[in-house]
Design a protein around this ligand. Sequence first.
Ligand SMILES: Cc1ncc(COP(=O)(O)O)c(C=O)c1O
Length: 504
Amino acid sequence: MQRMNRIISILSRLNPHWVAIVEKYLRAIPSVNQEIEKETGSLTSELETSLKPYKNSFPSYARLPSQGRPRQAILDEMQALKELEERRWRDGFVSGAVYHGDYAHITFLNQAYAIHSQSNPLHSDVWPSISKYEAEIVAMTAHLLSSDAADESDPVCGTVTSGGTESILLAMKTYRDWARHHRGITHPEMVLPVSAHAAFDKAAQYFNIKPVRIPLDSSFKADLTAARKAITRDTVVVVGSAPSFPHGAIDPITELSELARQRGIGFHTDACLGGFLLPWAERLGYPVPPFDFRLSGVTSISADTHKYGYAAKGTSVVLYRGPELRHFQYYTTADWPGGLYFSPTFAGSRPGALSAACWAAMLSLGEQGYLEATRKIMETAAFIRAEIQAIPELSVLGDPLFVIAFASRSLDIYQVMERMAQRGWSLNGLHKPSCVHLCVTLRHTQPGVAERFTSDLRLSVAETRQNPEEKTGMAPVYGMAASLPLRSVVSDILKKYLDILYKV
Ligand SMILES: Cc1ncc(COP(=O)(O)O)c(C=O)c1O
């Protein structure tokens, strides 16, 4: 272990590029690898205990029961599991995750889902109702994001997808294929702030696009000078977030999209988080910089209906300026023996019921419903932000509206997060810089929740201040994951985490 610590300490001082090279060779040495395996082995067994809490309390099934079980018994078991988990998110202890969550709203979405549970939009002739819902979801989302401002020759259009990640993956694939077709670009690059969602990196990996990352300025927004320098002849798209997942900062979309427009390349606004909140916040008078189709350089937007659109999990919208761009997203084949096959998104068969429930959610809220929800969220977020700022050991990062990231110069912020976890809170731990965020949802606007958050935070900070050396629970894991120079080790731990999820 001592030798390992020495290696880690040397690597921490090296440039990350060299670390990656040294790491590759180090891990080829059997004794080094064994030591790493030993260290990570104990971590994964701890993880298993926390990720599989039902192991001893509920029956598990590694093969089909020989006889089907009675339906009621199955439902009872599911109900018991749900009840064990529900209180935490329902009472507002969780950052993001469930954006609406009122009982009457959920019951209504479940009814809408049940009506269409057998539908599959792949068979649009059998279920034209789903195509009606999806067309209207796209139109309503486009209207919210200023499709009216677009030129008539390039009307805004789009598709419904399964979530923010799929919307982003599809948009990036679209730009890659557009640029190959129109520009002959065979080594595509995307320019994106380091704070852009991991889904862009996933797209880069899946579709062989080189990610060119630009740093953030002191307000946690994309640095414009760096963006200007990063664009090359191979750039197929520039990306900005409204707002970013980590710090809730809205990138300078006006300037970034103008840069892209001047170079004749696409610009994608990732409004997965903000698409269904910022337009209402703007109407309520909050200072929301432009990020949508009012900017002529913005050529696509992702906006998640399953976040602040208050639909059930499993839907998002990707919008394009003009159907020509959208055509590069579609998949069609005319030569398959299975017949003519075409689909707008990655999936073949899809749950039409989720689109039905999304459509129902949008109609039931209406403009007034979204405005009122946004007003509550913005007021609660402003209260929480001010309370965090009043804690001397903490500082709020940037100038956030509803995703509030905070750090500490004097305390281990992951230990503060761990103490919050011991009080029931599920916050997001972030790194580079080390910080924690709370994404404020309607759950936090319930009476007393914001006050409970801030008083628990004050207690957690005080305890951490009194025992600065004490590292409990997940705090050391976060600390290690944030600072360990051996990134492939961190990656391996994440893969083991995923393996555990699929263990019976
Ligand atoms: C800004 C941003 N973009 C993209 C995503 C990805 O969305 P999803 O988890 O629905 O795939 C998220 C998720 O939180 C996000 O905050």
